[in-house]
Design a protein around this ligand. Structure first.
Ligand code: 5GP
Ligand code: ZN
Length: 113
């Protein structure tokens, strides 16, 4: 999608620190990390949010969840980690391209809201 920040990052038009890539998925470090490891994992095909997941694009979401344990292992997150996705206005989603935050490397807050 022409006007999408993460589509531009996937295309290499905006620089990012790549962590992992395959045919369906791109993963890169968050520019404003909330934990020692803060990686964003996105489908290469534009999907706006969880609200837009359907039978036509859910394979890329499954692929993201296959990739997450690989990234977690590579990042040394043997003690655990958190995966979050924000959706829509109440979910405080700021970038309208589906992404999963992988957070770890410290004891995370129990508070989720
Ligand atoms: P959201 O609030 O939509 O769940 O998360 C968007 C995330 O994207 C935020 O954690 C923010 O720091 C990150 N972000 C925003 N712009 C950029 C950017 O240009 N590069 C990278 N690497 N991360 C970004
Ligand atoms: Zn996009």
């Amino acid at each position: 999608m022409a006007d999408c920040l993460f589509c531009k990052i996937i295309a290499g038009e905006i620089p990012s620190t790549k962590v992992y890539e395959n045919d369906a998925v791109y993963a890169f470090r968050d520019i404003n990390p909330m934990a020692p490891t803060h990686v964003l994992i996105v489908p290469k095909t534009h999907v706006a949010s969880v609200d837009e997941i359907n039978a036509d694009n859910s394979a890329s979401v499954a692929c993201i969840f296959e990739v997450i344990p690989k990234i977690a292992a590579a990042e040394g997150l043997a003690n655990g980690y958190r995966v979050i996705t924000n959706c829509g206005a109440d979910g405080c989603q700021s970038v309208k391209h589906l992404h999963f935050h992988l957070l770890g490397g410290k004891k995370l807050s129990e508070k989720l809201d």
